[in-house]
Design a protein around this ligand. Structure first.
Ligand code: P6P
Length: 338
């Protein structure tokens, strides 16, 4: 049972029995993410003070300028996960291909793979806006004792055993699920300890906030245009409020607390949207559903999508259940009355 102000370490120990697989491994995995989050948080918080921000001059597989903090966060999470003999493979937005972990797992006995976006929203770093880390955990499906393979990463979101995010904001929080609800832990930077501050987080079924980059409006499908106009109409509890930070983790986190919907639809510019299925949409979808919310691509449940490639993108509608269902209605019947 979650107790306010419990530390993350106490929570992991007291709840590992609720995890259906061998207890110690997942605890060690979450602990390694906790450690990496503290290290990255320290660097993010001083980004404006040292010449660590600004493009590293390289571009990642998405063709985006790679900020130095992207590289730093990627390296730290890989290093921390690799050194604790828990995972057999890692996939990252910042890595073209998956990584076979065998520094200490020379016999490939570890059972978990981790997929991550080490620093999502990194274009916000230079302007001091919140950024986040997103992670997704699966058990491998290829034989233990052999090197991990692409099939271990291309699993449906339904198969996730854990998922979460770190939001480096006005305070740093670790929010995660292992399939038994969503709990939020806030870092006390003075002592480097995460405390349970948001037990059993739940999306309100309804909300009055919609989050979308309206600069893309003319490129959206008609159903999305109709839904946005629906949000803006004077009727009942509408118009809703538009809030878009440009950092998925921050928009998701605010909407989970206050109620709302986040949308990154496909458009004539991005035929499958911008967000990546495996290490952005699936982990956020797992959290959303565990928090009584919903996540779809506008038509089907995100976690039912059969992945085909590591960095594939999907349209993403996520948040308060009734709002996502309303948006799906407009997507399904684009000509319907608003
Ligand atoms: P746009 C950040 O790059 C990100 O992946 C999400 O965190 C964010 O919601 C979205 O892209 C912002 O994209 O095209 O609106 O700037």
């Amino acid at each position: 049972m979650a107790r306010k102000n419990q530390t993350l370490g106490e929570f992991i120990i007291e709840n590992q029995s609720s995890f259906k697989y061998t207890s110690g491994e997942l605890s060690r995995l979450i602990n390694s993410i906790r450690l990496a989050a503290k290290v990255v948080n320290h660097e993010v918080n001083k980004a404006g003070l040292v010449d660590i921000i600004g493009a590293a001059g390289e571009t990642n597989v998405q063709g985006e300028d790679q900020q130095k903090l992207d590289v730093y966060a990627n390296d730290k999470f890989i290093q921390t996960l690799t050194n604790r003999n828990i995972v057999c493979g890692i996939a990252s937005e910042e890595e073209d291909d998956f990584i076979i972990v065998n520094s200490q797992d020379e016999n490939h006995q570890n059972k978990y793979v981790v997929l991550m976006d080490p620093l999502d929203g990194s274009s916000n770093i230079d302007v001091n806006v919140s950024v986040g880390t997103i992670f997704s955990v699966y058990r491998r499906i290829t034989p233990v004792g052999t090197p991990v393979q692409i099939e271990d990463f291309l699993q449906k979101g339904n198969e996730q055993v854990a998922a979460g995010y770190v939001v480096y904001g006005t305070s740093t929080m670790l929010v995660y699920t292992t399939g038994d609800g969503v709990n939020g832990f806030t870092l006390n930077p003075a002592i480097g300890t995460f405390y349970l501050s948001h037990p059993n987080m739940q999306f309100p079924e309804d909300g009055k906030i919609y989050s979308v980059n309206e600069g893309n409006y003319i490129h959206f499908p008609q159903g999305v245009k109709n839904y946005i106009k629906y949000c803006q109409e004077e009727e009942g509890d509408r118009p809703y409020t538009s809030r878009y930070i440009g950092s998925l983790v921050s928009d998701f986190h605010r909407n989970m607390i206050k109620g709302g919907i986040y949308m990154y639809p496909k458009s004539s510019k991005n035929s499958n949207g911008k967000l990546r299925l495996l290490y952005e949409c699936n982990p956020m979808a797992f959290l959303a559903e565990q928090a009584n919310g919903k996540a779809s691509d506008g038509f089907m449940r995100v976690m039912d999508i059969e992945p085909t490639e590591l960095h594939q993108r999907v349209p993403f509608f996520c948040g308060s259940k009734n709002m996502v269902e309303k948006a799906e209605e407009f997507m399904t019947f684009p000509s319907s009355e608003k």
